[in-house]
Design a protein around this ligand. Structure first.
Ligand SMILES: [Zn+2]
Length: 419
């Protein structure tokens, strides 16, 4: 196909769609492509064919990632990695992860058609496990590539109860004890670039096709329990109550208020609430809920979390409730490489003719693991309604074409900066 970037954007969307059904999916009437399953093998074979057609040499690394290499001007040239993930959640969308892999192939095809070689090699990498939808651990394979894989349990069983990690790898001729050999620590990897659907509604709401990720969010997740006094809803007078749920309600509204007041990608959510005893005629004596706080920097997250917990303590004290807080998840922010972010902003501006919208990724991505290896850059692509992890995921041909142009422009700018 020589129809320029718009036709290639359409081809990228068509390829993702093709990979959404059997044999590339192992779920009737929807997409499920778990790491190292039969659908994974079929998908890797199809992707490898497209990589070879685009002028790349293909291989599978020790962690089961698919890699296509388009050599640089010299055999020992540094490497720019372009990628995302091949696996999907159960009943997922066609574009989560796969669009980034397929756009990487299109970007290389674009340069191969011109016979263009860079002072660096371009390698397109499809990560095998990002979602953790088969084994109870996500981002296993980017950890291996980044050289930060702490020996995974080879005996962990998959969600279907049919295989362990060791047996699943063995079917691919791979060895759980050698997964860490996928590490690129000793290679001159100079950048990792990932294009991904936004998985949120901001770009669409603001009328942007593309966005540039400044950082992947820092996250704190707490479990809070409030202990009051259960009692008869008809007989315990209002001012004698210690209602744990009414206290939780006050705290939940404070979580929302603090989240709304912040900048820097701050979001704060109470997503789960359990009430005991949970009967219509009983004053709630016991409530447990989660607080999830994310932001573009650790400092913004920490300030917001501190303020929320301060308010929660005050509410509990005033209402005579016992309160217990456990920090369940603590993830640092991953800033994208500032120089790469600048180049990506230039690239997006050049192709969309509007200033690039910078945003924080509230969701985790392989890029946050790859940042242990090299500076990373992420390009976000608008998806309809912000819907993801859902068969209704949708991206337009035109937006995919713009994303491809932004990526090829970025690589051109990187070459100039690189020289
Ligand atoms: Zn994804």
């Amino acid at each position: 196909m020589h129809g320029g970037n718009d036709a290639c954007g359409a081809r990228a969307v068509a390829r993702c769609t093709e990979l959404g059904r059997a044999p590339y999916s192992q779920m009737e009437g929807g997409l499920f492509r778990p790491y190292l399953g039969p659908s994974y093998r079929a998908t890797c074979e199809r992707l490898a064919q497209w990589m070879q057609d685009a002028g790349m040499a293909t291989r599978m690394d020790a962690a089961g990632n698919l890699i296509g290499r388009y050599g640089g001007q010299s055999p020992d040239a540094p490497v720019v990695l372009i990628g995302s993930h091949i696996d999907s959640v159960r009943d997922g969308g066609f574009f989560d992860g796969m669009l980034g892999v397929v756009l990487g192939i299109e970007a290389v095809a674009h340069f191969a058609r011109q016979g263009k070689r860079f002072p660096f090699a371009l390698e397109v990498i499809g990560f095998g496990d990002e979602e953790g939808s088969r084994f109870p651990r996500g981002m296993l394979t980017s950890h291996a590539v980044a050289g930060v894989l702490e020996s995974p349990d080879p005996d962990m069983t998959d969600c279907m109860g049919t295989a362990t990690l060791a047996t699943a790898l063995r079917e691919y001729g791979l060895d759980a004890k050698r997964m860490h050999m996928a590490s690129r620590r000793d290679d001159p990897v100079v950048a990792y670039v990932e294009a991904h659907i936004e998985q949120g509604p901001v770009l669409e709401a603001e009328g942007h096709a593309l966005g540039v990720v400044s950082a992947i969010a820092a996250q704190h997740r707490y479990r809070v329990t409030l202990c009051g006094m259960a009692g008869h809803a008809g007989t315990v007078a209002m001012k004698l109550r210690r209602d744990a749920l009414a206290g939780a309600a006050e705290i939940i509204l404070a979580v929302e208020r603090v989240g709304r007041a912040g900048g820097d990608g701050l979001v704060a959510t109470v997503g789960s609430l359990e009430v005991a005893p949970g009967a219509a005629n009983v004053v709630p004596g016991h409530v447990a809920f989660t607080i999830d706080v994310r932001a573009g920097t650790n400092a913004t997250r920490d300030d917001a979390a501190r303020e929320i917990l301060h308010i929660a303590h005050q509410v509990a004290k005033r209402r005579g409730l016992g309160m217990d807080v456990v920090l369940q998840q603590d993830l640092d922010a991953t800033p994208c490489g500032p120089r790469l972010t600048d180049l990506m902003k230039h690239a997006v501006r050049a192709v969309t003719h509007t200033p690039a919208r910078l945003l924080v990724s509230g969701a985790g991505h392989d890029a946050m693991v790859m940042a242990h290896l090299a500076p990373v850059s992420m390009l976000f692509i608008r998806c309809a309604g912000g819907i993801s992890h859902n068969p209704a995921e949708s991206v337009t041909d035109a937006d995919a074409g713009l994303a491809l142009r932004a990526m090829t422009t970025f690589i051109g700018l990187f070459e100039r900066r690189f020289g």
